[in-house]
Design a protein around this ligand. Structure first.
Ligand code: LLP
Length: 451
């Protein structure tokens, strides 16, 4: 697949790095023409660590976690924030989530193993997945995870049986698809009726399955869950989903005499990938969700539940930056200019997969205006392999270091070894210090499992 034809009328925006606003990690600054993040010179870091390189602004990440807790707890005291580890996960991320007092969403045995290995308290782990294998369920239940989010009747039977064998009672939520269409890319819309996830509200199916969960031995129904999608800008879908969920809670109370004490409304808050994107703030998101819960509970006569949200992207996307070295430049007159870097779809599949937008700068010319329109291509054997399609960049030369902003979410966790590309290292930067939290893969790593 090749790239969409370039829009040749697109003009450079002449912005310098610091004009990029909400796309920048909180500690981004320019000193002596170089981009600094966390007080660390990105050009020097690229030289020391090699490229491609994932960089994480630790202070920004921690502050976003605190902002989520503050925003929700100041409006709804009994709230918890569940970090969606699918967005970004290594052991250091797990430690930070634990230190900041968040809970952790894992969606499989591998994410669970990483969380446990980093010492995350099992009772604060929420286990997701539409097809958790019996082995994964056994791992989760025997580790003592706090909640398992049940996605189907088949899974209910598995959990009930395994918990029985292990002699424990497992607390669960039921994942419900509230039939709400979130305003986002169709591949990341999950709350609508045609979805592989959860129990559909259609024809009273979810409601009738509640009875099965209540009747199942070794299982305790603690609450309900929904997740309507990801990269959501228009917040109106949340009150719609909350209304459906609280109405269901009220019906359960009325007809089964059980008051469910917990409601998890999922994640999905969008972030700015381009300087012109205007996502809602964490505060606006919290205000929308908490006031919707309050209003729906009053309307339907149910007690306000413990409220959970599961942000991934809005915590970790913006603190992340990827550094590359420019290797080849090709200008195709009347078509586009290609700047090829030493990474690509192996470290960031989102551009090829969703035609995602990203803002790039030349880290060693960070104070200069972006005077060209370029496509930043990767080094993979595929025409659709690009990190940035037709965006402004400073006048660029071979050997320059390019920084791409907003790559902290769904880049590393969706990375691959395509074309035998070793995965980049992950460096956390803070207060002028850089620390490698995941080392770069080696060629030996690539073959380590081959017999
Ligand atoms: N909770 C559940 C059950 C989820 O499935 C997800 C994301 C989240 C929470 C976190 O959503 P967030 O706050 O990050 O939007 N690979 C796609 C995104 C897929 C999202 C999958 N589920 C991308 O790169 O855009």
């Amino acid at each position: 697949m090749s790239l969409p034809a370039a829009d040749l009328s697109k003009q450079p925006d002449n912005r310098t790095t610091m004009d990029l606003g909400a796309v920048l990690p909180a500690t981004a600054e320019v000193r002596g023409g170089h981009l600094f993040v966390g007080g660390v010179d990105m050009v020097e870091l690229a030289r020391e660590q090699g490229t491609a390189l994932y960089v994480m602004d630790e202070a920004d990440l921690r502050e976003r976690m605190r902002a989520y807790l503050r925003s929700f707890r100041s409006r709804h005291e009994n709230s918890d924030i569940v970090y969606a580890s699918k967005a970004f996960l290594n052991k250091e991320a797990v430690r930070i989530v634990a230190q900041e007092g968040l809970c952790l969403d894992v969606s499989g045995g591998g994410e669970l193993a990483c969380a446990l290995a980093a010492g995350f308290p099992a009772e604060r782990i929420f286990m997701h997945g539409n097809n958790k294998t019996p082995r994964e369920l056994r791992e989760a239940i025997s580790a003592g995870v706090g909640r398992i989010i049940i996605d189907s009747r088949i899974e209910l039977a598995r959990i009930s049986e395994i918990a029985g064998e292990l002699g424990v009672e497992q607390a669960v939520y039921m994942r419900v698809t509230p039939g709400v269409e979130a305003d986002t890319h169709q591949y990341v819309r999950t709350g609508c009726e045609d979805s592989k996830f959860g129990f559909t509200m259609r024809d009273g199916f979810a409601f009738s399955c509640v009875k099965d969960v209540l009747a199942a031995p070794n299982v305790r129904l603690a609450g309900l869950h929904c997740h309507i999608g990801s990269q959501i800008f228009a917040l109106h879908s949340y009150p719609e989903a909350v209304e459906v969920m609280v109405e269901l809670m009220a019906r359960i109370k009325r007809e089964y005499g059980i008051e469910l004490g917990e409601l998890d409304v999922g994640g999905g808050l969008g972030v700015a990938y381009t300087a012109d994107d205007r996502p809602a703030s964490i505060d606006e998101f919290a205000e929308t969700v908490t006031s919707a819960v309050r209003a729906a509970c009053a309307k339907h006569g149910v007690a306000e539940p413990r409220l959970l949200t599961e942000p991934g992207r809005s915590l970790v996307a913006t603190p992340g930056v990827t550094l590359y070295t420019v290797g080849i430049i090709k200008t195709l007159p009347g078509i586009r200019k290609y700047v090829a870097v030493d990474g690509g779809m192996s470290d960031n599949i989102r551009t090829a997969l969703y035609h995602a937008d990203y803002e790039p700068v030349v880290a060693n010319k960070a104070d200069l205006p972006r005077t060209e329109i370029v496509t930043i291509a990767g080094k993979h054997c595929e025409s659709g392999d690009a990190v940035v399609i037709d965006m402004p960049l400073q006048s660029v030369e071979v050997g320059d270091i390019v920084a791409v902003f907003g790559t902290g979410a769904y880049n590393y966790t969706m990375s691959s070894n395509y074309n035998g590309q070793p995965r980049p290292a992950i460096v956390f930067v803070k207060d002028g210090e850089a620390r490698v939290t995941t080392r770069r893969e080696t060629y030996a790593d690539l073959m380590a499992r081959d017999l």
